[in-house]
Design a protein around this ligand. Structure first.
Ligand code: FES
Length: 147
């Protein structure tokens, strides 16, 4: 009996995974299963935090070394797509300098994913905009302090 229930649950889970992979594509599906770079960072050099129109909040943390991103992480309380997009925003930021970071937009994230369903595209824009907030925070901290 218990094995029948296990089989049922397993079949259901496989069906959900198949449908998710079909709808979101292989790249997003794999990253959803393994959301790299997730987590907070102590005393980041740049920190962005934005709440999207959907009500979900994304954070991106950057640590720089010699003017380039050495570590990048993200946090989100949002949907699976926001975790996928935050993860790719962090990955794309690695080893980049400020000028290159400006090019990491929601469109750049969508391109890597080969697109997302229309209703989830805003998750990529939230990740891109949060990364830009983190870069902005870093740039402000680089300004010489007035004496
Ligand atoms: Fe809010 Fe995806 S639905 S970030």
């Amino acid at each position: 009996m218990s094995s029948e229930l296990d089989d049922f649950v397993q079949d259901l889970q496989n069906q959900i995974f198949d449908e998710t992979r079909e709808a979101y594509g292989d790249v997003a599906f794999e990253r959803w299963q393994n959301p790299l770079y997730m987590g907070a960072m102590d005393i980041p050099d740049g920190h962005g935090r934005l709440t999207g129109s959907c009500g979900d909040t994304m954070q991106i943390f950057l640590r720089f070394k010699n003017g380039r991103v050495k570590e990048a992480t993200f946090l989100t309380d949002g949907c699976g797509s926001s975790a996928v997009c935050g993860s790719f925003a962090a990955e794309l930021a690695l080893d980049k300098g400020p000028d290159e970071l400006l090019e990491i937009t929601g469109d750049a994230i969508l391109k890597i994913l080969g697109g997302l369903p229309k209703e989830d595209e805003h998750c990529a824009y939230l990740a891109g905009e949060t990364l830009q907030e983190a870069l902005n925070d870093y740039m402000i901290k680089q300004r010489p302090k007035d004496r």
